[in-house]
Design a protein around this ligand. Structure first.
Ligand code: MG
Length: 248
């Protein structure tokens, strides 16, 4: 069942989303050659707690960290570690909080220093596909209009959509109904209504769509070793159109 949120609940989700956005923006500012994802994780956790929020991922299904940090060919759910980032890499950071009983969830892929033209194209296509998808989060549309917007944006540009992981409803739970794939024909699935809140999160590969899970049981990597990018916003569907909740 898709839980519709009241105006008061959207207010709380806006507050949670703002914390996510602020901290992600701070993290983006810290990313440069030499910093480690472990340092970013500690920064995010400290800042989260300072703001009175709880890291959403730490302990979720046994995930051990505040951030999912996924460099280069890592798709999602990577563990922060002590390896210094290197110029030319990309780092995807996924981050969520629980604040006053409601979740916010967002992700960005950030260049480490200067990156090559092909990687730039991947990152920009993924970011733009999220923008296209959000435009479809309007009352009267259908859920798969959002899915289709991602696929029809990235595939003509030569990139592929990860199938194994999908976006999701969000609210009092980190993952609520409905599941929101980033592929599929438009015009299908539930009718979109004001009060729906969705975490829309394209995960896009430079090469083929296949992924595999590393021995840690969490980290998803591309099967072909090529790079992957990930952007995510928590979005509310309102009478006036989509409202991005995870924005500063
Ligand atoms: Mg998510």
């Amino acid at each position: 069942m898709i839980v519709l949120k009241s105006a008061a609940e959207l207010g709380k989700m806006r507050a949670a989303g703002r914390i996510v956005a602020e901290i992600l923006s701070q993290l983006e500012g810290l990313i440069k050659p030499g910093i480690t994802s472990g340092e970013l994780d500690r920064f995010a956790e400290k800042e989260c707690l300072r703001q009175g929020a709880k890291p959403a991922f730490k302990g979720y299904g046994g995930f051990p960290y505040t951030l999912c940090t996924s460099p280069n060919d890592r798709v999602v759910h990577g563990f922060p570690d002590g390896r210094p980032l290197v110029e030319g890499e990309i780092l995807s950071i996924d981050f969520g909080v629980l604040y006053q009983g409601y979740y916010g969830d967002a992700a960005v892929t950030v260049p480490v220093g200067r990156i090559d033209a092909e990687t730039t194209r991947l990152v920009e296509a993924t970011r733009d596909s999220l923008r296209q998808a959000i435009e479809k989060a309007v009352p009267g549309g259908r859920l798969s209009d959002i899915s289709h917007a991602v696929q029809s944006w990235v595939e003509p540009r030569g990139f592929s959509v990860v199938r194994e992981f999908v976006g999701h409803g969000i609210g009092r739970q980190l993952h609520e109904a409905p599941q929101l794939p980033n592929f599929g024909a438009p015009g299908q699935g539930p009718r979109l209504k004001p009060g729906m809140t969705l975490a829309i999160e394209p995960m896009i590969n430079a090469g083929s769509p296949g992924v595999k899970i590393l021995e840690d049981g969490w980290t998803a990597v591309t099967q072909d070793g090529k790079r992957s990018a990930h952007f995510e916003h928590t979005v509310a569907i309102t009478e006036h159109g989509p409202e991005i909740l995870t924005r500063v």
